[in-house]
Write a protein that binds this ligand. Structure first.
Ligand code: F6P
Length: 321
């Protein structure tokens, strides 16, 4: 049975990661385990940035954004020789369980460590919501609410100047942040990888809207759909006569105090990860599906088709046009 566990955060930070770290440490200590943290994700693991911590280490962090453990992306972790150094860092301290909070790259790293003799559990910490084995990833809800706050403000100035504003949101290749915020804002167009709109249709829609009573419009676009959203806005202005602007919300979307939803989700998943390690499980990831805690083999989870939220896609044309 595991006796010493460690936790790390890896990849893009997400609000709620700290709440999750707190849950892991608190639940681990309650179960009589020695608890460690790894700083700077897999990079810090390789470099031996590992520290034993007590319950006070995680006091007053449940409400804090970012990750107090810091995060990093380490491409070299794909190399088995690099992972062997990480395994050695854990083994020489007697750490036999590792909880990895992050996205799909983090999951893959965890699974590879399992194959090298370390018990691991992956937890979904990313604003993108692109982990299919959970309805929501830690950080998505907070990020969504941050976007909604921003769009509320952009709406005021867009309406005052009777413009069209294209708002580009994060999500990597996943359109959930754009889709959910677009529905929450009732914007004129939502453009995501799962809901693309051809360029000529965008132009026609804006020309039509210009003829109507309402002279301003908001369009939410997933990042990576347009190579340069500012250039695209200029093109729209040239071709439609509608004054178009673009706003890239950028990293402000990843910041801020986690929502109550994210804190609770993070806490549930963190506690479950400790329980699973104690039960002798390894190479698995935990999620919440229909309010129930579930777990999958990591490879299986990475192969699952992502929820495309058909129910939401289906109502766009009914309420946003
Ligand atoms: O995965 C989280 C995320 O914020 C994505 O939405 C975005 O594409 C990416 O990370 C940005 O990464 P970085 O902060 O390393 O530029």
């Amino acid at each position: 049975m595991v006796k010493k566990i460690a936790v790390l955060t890896s990849g893009g930070d997400a609000p709620g990661m700290n709440a999750c770290v707190r849950a892991v440490i608190r639940a681990g200590l309650q179960q009589g385990l020695d608890t460690f943290v790894v700083y700077e994700g897999y990079k810090g693991l390789v470099e031996g940035k590992i520290e034993q911590v007590d319950r006070n280490f995680v006091s007053d962090i449940i409400n804090r954004g970012g990750t107090i453990l810091k995060s990093a992306r380490l491409r070299e972790f794909k190399d088995e020789k690099v992972r062997a150094i990480a395994v050695e860092q854990l083994k020489k301290r007697g750490i036999d369980g590792l909880i990895c909070i992050g996205g799909d790259g983090t999951y893959l790293g965890a699974k590879k460590l399992t194959e090298m003799g370390i018990n691991t559990v992956g937890l979904p910490g990313t604003i993108d919501n692109d982990i299919a084995s959970t309805d929501y990833s830690i950080g998505f809800d907070t990020c969504l609410n941050t976007i909604v706050d921003c769009v509320d403000k952009i709406r005021d100035t867009t309406a005052s100047h009777q413009r069209c504003t294209f708002i580009e949101v994060m999500g990597n290749h996943c359109g959930d942040l754009a889709l959910f915020s677009g529905i929450a804002e009732g914007v004129e167009m939502i453009i995501t990888p799962d809901h693309p709109i051809p360029e000529d249709e965008i132009m026609e829609t804006l020309k039509r809207l210009k003829q109507g009573k309402k002279k301003h419009s908001l369009v939410i676009v997933s990042e990576k759909v347009f190579p340069d959203i500012h250039e695209f806005a200029k093109k729209v202005t040239r071709e439609t006569g509608v004054e178009a602007r673009a706003e890239v919300l950028g990293h402000l979307q990843r910041g801020g105090s986690p929502s109550a939803f994210d804190r609770i989700l993070a806490t549930r998943l963190g506690v479950e990860a400790v329980e699973l390690l104690l039960a002798g499980e390894s190479g698995i990831c935990v999620g919440q599906v229909r309010n129930k805690i579930v777990h999958y083999d990591i490879y299986e989870a990475l192969e699952l088709p992502r929820n495309k939220h058909i129910a939401l896609l289906n109502i766009i044309d009914l309420v946003n046009k």
